[in-house]
Design a binder for this molecule. Structure first.
Ligand SMILES: *[C@@H]1O[C@H](CO)[C@@H](O)[C@H](O)[C@H]1NC(C)=O
Ligand SMILES: *[C@@H]1O[C@H](CO)[C@@H](O)[C@H](O)[C@H]1NC(C)=O
Ligand SMILES: *[C@@H]1O[C@H](CO)[C@@H](O)[C@H](O)[C@H]1NC(C)=O
Ligand SMILES: *[C@@H]1O[C@H](CO)[C@@H](O)[C@H](O)[C@H]1NC(C)=O
Ligand SMILES: CC(=O)N[C@H]1CO[C@H](CO)[C@@H](O)[C@@H]1O
Length: 387
């Protein structure tokens, strides 16, 4: 069964019998130095993810942001081959912002299917048409200079383009979704996107919710509020969590302090208590691949299978200690090369870790805004305000 439903234990929503609550990480297409990941890089990631010591399940799924291999125009991303080699389930992504066509994405995906056939198709658990495009074009996204997005009618058009192109393919039963930040879903203007998909993916970071009591101790409350609001807006359609996490180093955002202890507290209070094995979840992230992000979210160092903190979930009811009073560090500049994130206002907002791909000549807008090279993806922190 391809149909997947997720639920929060804290929500009064039933899980369908067919639910499979994938565990995985969202993974960009570039390394921290900006170079394109190749098959060996993805294989190392996927292997480490599956072997994380003490993990509350096997992290054998990965969410991608594009089908296009970095540095190429329409070559299939080498994550496909790595997934086949490591038996990793894939949540595919098609980059949709700043372009008038997703044809290069579709061409790359078709090339992957032609090359790998059912070996690839059987690993594909879903495909997202777009990532945070509606957020970038929202009032807050514009205010925060989050970059070029896409309007709902454009996303719906791309969803239809994908469905038409792949309706008789090996992917014909793969559920089609869209990933965005929670606050775009209750916006009635965006309803056409919800109506057009089979599932919705939620990117949500309490850490960036300045002005809303974003201490680590309140993080689970903020997450739950956002999840429930998104769930209410998407109705019966499954809601997956496609990005969430807490940085271990970086800037202090209002009351949100990055630290290893807080990353562990967030893992326990949000991941363990609400998500893992309950909702399909793609944690952010396993390793840093975003030189422009002051915050570092990676749960491992150099893909060690021993994470920075104890991944084992505490017994229910046991609250792990957090360190919201810990001093912040500002050492995480990571050789940042002046991406737009450095000018984003920190006064408001929830941030979402996004990625941008320039997938064709028409997508260089996204590349221009984020100053990425064509064909690459890096995670870049954008900022959305919870209203
Ligand atoms: C691949 O992983 C799936 C779970 O995602 C499992 O059911 C299957 O047995 C695995 N196949 C092999 C060859 O290990
Ligand atoms: C609601 O969604 C539309 C379409 O995505 C967008 O243009 C508008 O700015 C959004 N409203 C707010 C308050 O963000
Ligand atoms: C990790 O956490 C679990 C659950 O709280 C605990 O049982 C285990 O002893 C911890 N492991 C280490 C190495 O601290
Ligand atoms: C990133 O960190 C540097 C050094 O701490 C700081 O000057 C800069 O404003 C930060 N950028 C953002 C977007 O917070
Ligand atoms: C605005 C900005 O920082 N632009 C830079 C983008 O990156 C290229 C090199 O890749 C620089 O030449 C630009 O100055």
């Amino acid at each position: 069964m391809r149909a997947i439903a997720g639920y929060l234990a804290v929500s009064a929503l039933a899980m369908t019998a067919s639910a499979q609550n994938y565990l995985g990480f969202s993974t960009g297409s570039t390394k921290i130095d900006g170079s394109a990941k190749v098959q060996a890089d993805y294989e190392a990631e996927f292997t480490a993810a599956q072997n994380l010591i003490g993990a509350p399940g096997v992290f054998n799924a990965a969410r991608l942001y594009t089908n296009i291999q970095g540095g190429s125009n329409t070559d299939p991303i080498e994550a496909f081959a790595a997934a086949i080699a490591t038996n990793t389930s894939l949540l595919l992504g098609i980059w949709c912002s700043g372009t008038t066509t997703i044809q290069p994405e579709l061409t790359a995906l078709q090339a992957g299917l032609t090359k790998y056939g059912s070996k690839l198709a059987k690993l594909v658990i879903g495909i997202s048409i777009g990532s945070e495009d509606l957020y970038r074009n929202s009032v807050t996204g514009v205010k925060n200079k989050a970059g070029v997005g896409a309007d709902p009618d454009v996303i719906v058009g791309f969803i239809n383009d994908y469905r038409t192109a792949f309706k008789s393919s090996l992917l014909k039963d793969v559920p089609v979704g869209h990933v965005d930040t929670w606050n775009v879903f209750p916006n009635a203007t965006n309803k056409g996107v919800i109506d057009a998909v089979d599932w919705i993916g939620l990117d949500e970071y309490p850490y960036y919710q300045s002005g809303q009591g974003n201490t680590i101790d309140n993080a689970a409350n903020l997450f739950k509020t956002a999840f429930d609001a998104a769930k209410a807006a998407v109705g019966d359609k499954p809601l997956w969590v496609t990005e969430t996490g807490w940085p271990y180093t970086g800037m202090t955002w209002d009351q949100a302090v990055p630290s290893v202890a807080n990353a562990k507290a967030y893992w326990d209070s949000v991941g363990c208590a609400m998500l893992f094995n309950k909702v399909p979840t793609f944690w952010y992230d396993l390793e840093d691949d975003n030189a422009g992000n002051n915050e570092s979210f990676a749960i491992t160092d150099s893909l060690s299978t021993k994470a920075r903190f104890n991944l084992t979930c505490p017994p229910p009811g046991v609250v792990s200690s957090s360190s919201s009073a810990a001093s912040s560090t500002s050492s995480a500049t990571k050789g940042s090369s002046g991406t737009k994130t450095s000018s984003v206002s920190k006064a408001t907002g929830t941030g979402t870790s996004t990625s941008a791909a320039a997938t064709s000549t028409t997508t260089t807008n996204a590349g221009a805004v984020l100053n990425l090279s064509i064909g690459t993806i890096v995670g870049v922190v954008a900022f959305a305000c919870l209203l």
